[in-house]
Design a protein around this ligand. Structure first.
Ligand SMILES: Cc1cc2nc3c(=O)[nH]c(=O)nc-3n(C[C@H](O)[C@H](O)[C@H](O)COP(=O)(O)OP(=O)(O)OC[C@H]3O[C@@H](n4cnc5c(N)ncnc54)[C@H](O)[C@@H]3O)c2cc1C
Length: 419
């Protein structure tokens, strides 16, 4: 893996040294050499959360462990393994994860560290599937955090601040099939007034909009676990929204070649081929892009949508596409869904970071004050504002202080936040 820049290409890593340890001893030796250390996942974050002036540890040469427990309800996986690779091995054992992000190429530890999520009213973030994790701390000790223990809820979404997550244990369940359906041009007014019915139209629902029009969104993608008991609800809902079923495969951006997207049109397929929007074999890009995302409690979602609609003429010129998804609440201290079921408002921007950063302050000011930015995406919100939106913030900084008192894993990103 080349580690000159992040996946999106909007960030060149500054690290003086990049190491690819091939064993736990090598991880410990790299930490023992001193200086600031950060771990790199698959480089999919859009900001400098993974960067450092010191040593960057890429885990791509570490031995791969993917081990299902005897009860067949959990898998222990090395932190650097991408979800796509894990999914194929689980599927061979007739097992599945409850959720995946929009692409399968991201590493388990990197996704979990930033609260990465997929969608679903009843489905928590990828971090909420974590049962336990083992972190090599600044002293070289292995600290295991397991669900139910007092500090576990603080250690899962850790922003890379506690050390090197070398293995993560995730909940798994029996495999299942999913069918994906796409609807075009649902009316925004109907979506806002009937949001609960819209997000309940399937197991996982995404609303896409380019904000070229403010009267209608572009598409709704519905992923439904089989057997499908919601077909009648969807047909009736589509009519209420003034939406029609797409007549062929679609990319999230209307007009872009849908070749890379996961199968649509209601064709059943295994979970790992339907939950991501993009297939494992393809690079999921509409071209150069960067991303931002804000999650608000469901009660604030109508106000958040109206806020974005009101800025459509400023947003649309810089945007590839927006996506709205729901995430079930959890108790993880740094989770954007801490304490409330949420709606995520996501923006895939054109890769013009100055132009994006010029729009973000207006967007952030217009969104409800409950909006929590995605840790791995671009945001401009003031650190004090960010902290104020996390009731357990000071518990997290106390945990960081107890695990890494010399701040060996604290980088500029975390210093700006006051971690
Ligand atoms: C095309 C695209 C689509 C995306 N889709 C979604 C989506 O659907 N939903 C969503 O929520 N997000 C999405 N994201 C954002 C992405 O999931 C997050 O940025 C995620 O953190 C990336 O994981 P990574 O492995 O690339 O981690 P990196 O970006 O490499 O690192 C992220 C953080 O994790 C830390 N880290 C990584 N590995 C370890 C480890 N082993 N131990 C300790 N710390 C570690 C790093 O230090 C850093 O702080 C998307 C990003 C892209 C580029």
């Amino acid at each position: 893996m080349t580690v000159e820049h992040n996946w999106a290409g909007n960030l060149r890593y500054r690290a003086a040294t990049v190491e690819h340890p091939a064993s736990l001893d090598a991880v410990r030796a790299a930490i023992a050499r001193g200086g600031e250390v950060r771990v790199l996942g698959t480089r999919h974050s859009f900001n400098d959360i993974a960067d450092t002036d010191g040593t960057l540890l890429a885990l791509d040469s570490m031995p791969r462990v993917i081990e299902v427990n005897e009860a067949q309800d959990a898998v222990r996986v090395s932190g650097g393994v991408p979800y796509g690779e894990l999914a194929l091995i689980l599927e061979r054992q007739k097992l599945a994860l409850a959720s995946l992000a929009s692409l399968p190429h991201i590493s388990v530890a990197g996704a979990v560290a930033t609260g990465t999520h997929g969608s679903g009213d009843a489905i928590g973030s990828l971090s909420s599937a974590v049962r336990a994790l083992t972190i090599i701390t600044a002293t070289g000790d292995a600290r295991r955090f397991a669900r139910g223990e007092p500090e576990f809820d603080g250690a899962v979404i850790n922003l890379g601040a506690l050390g090197v997550a070398v293995d993560v244990t995730l909940d798994v369940e029996p495999t299942y099939e999913v069918a994906q359906h796409v609807y075009e041009h649902p009316r925004w007014d109907a979506i806002v007034s009937d949001l609960d019915a819209v997000t309940a139209a399937g197991t996982n629902v995404s609303i896409f909009s380019t904000w070229q029009r403010t009267d209608a969104a572009d598409q709704i993608w519905v992923k439904q676990r089989l057997p499908d008991e919601r077909a009648a609800h969807r047909a009736e809902l589509a009519e209420r929204l003034g939406a029609s079923a797409a007549e062929g495969p679609r990319h999230p951006i209307l007009g872009v070649d849908p070749q890379a997207t996961s199968a649509q049109g209601g064709t059943p397929g295994p979970w790992h081929q339907r939950l991501p929007h993009f297939q494992l074999e393809f690079t999921p890009s509409a071209g150069a892009e960067i991303q931002s995302e804000y999650l608000v409690p469901r009660a604030d979602a109508p106000a958040a949508i109206e806020a974005v609609r009101g800025l459509a003429d400023r947003i649309a010129p810089v945007l590839h596409v927006s996506e709205m998804r729901t995430v079930r609440r959890d108790d993880l201290w740094l989770s954007s869904s801490f304490g409330a079921d949420t709606v995520g408002l996501h923006f895939t921007w054109k890769r013009d970071e100055p132009a994006v950063r010029a729009v973000l302050p207006a967007l952030e000011a217009a969104l409800p004050q409950s909006a929590r930015p995605h840790w791995g995406k671009v945001y401009t919100l003031d650190a004090a504002e960010v902290r104020a939106r996390y009731p357990r913030w000071s518990d997290f900084t106390a945990l960081r202080e107890s695990v890494d008192p010399e701040r060996r894993f604290v980088n500029d990103y975390l210093r700006r936040l006051g971690v």
